[in-house]
Design a protein around this ligand. Structure first.
Ligand SMILES: [Zn+2]
Length: 100
């Protein structure tokens, strides 16, 4: 089971969360001047990297707050998270077989 750390509630099961997709996508300010291609790119085109990726997550079954997480798409390991009011907090990396 994958554990995701909510900035407010702490580590919880992945099943409590909803992924909101790629983080840091800003809505264009003047949408009237966009071409169809530019509008389509904003709406539909997303990165799909192999490696580190920034994503938005919501703790749907908990506090229902949004936060941003940095995750490795190869190992699924969450490397850190940030709220919209607080910069990236790097998570403590645990070695396999290490007890608390
Ligand atoms: Zn929460």
């Amino acid at each position: 089971m994958l554990l995701i750390e909510c900035p407010w509630c702490g580590p919880r099961a992945e099943s409590e969360f909803s992924c909101g997709g790629e983080a840091d996508i800003a809505r264009p300010l003047d949408t009237e001047k966009l071409t169809d291609k530019e509008w389509g790119d904003y709406l539909f085109m997303r990165k799909n990297p192999r490696g580190v990726h920034r994503e938005q997550w919501m703790h749907t079954q908990g506090c229902r707050r949004w936060f941003m997480a940095q995750r490795d798409t190869v190992s699924y390991a969450f490397q850190g998270y940030e709220t919209f009011a607080r910069p990236l907090a790097v998570m403590e990396q645990k070695e396999e077989g290490q007890s608390k």
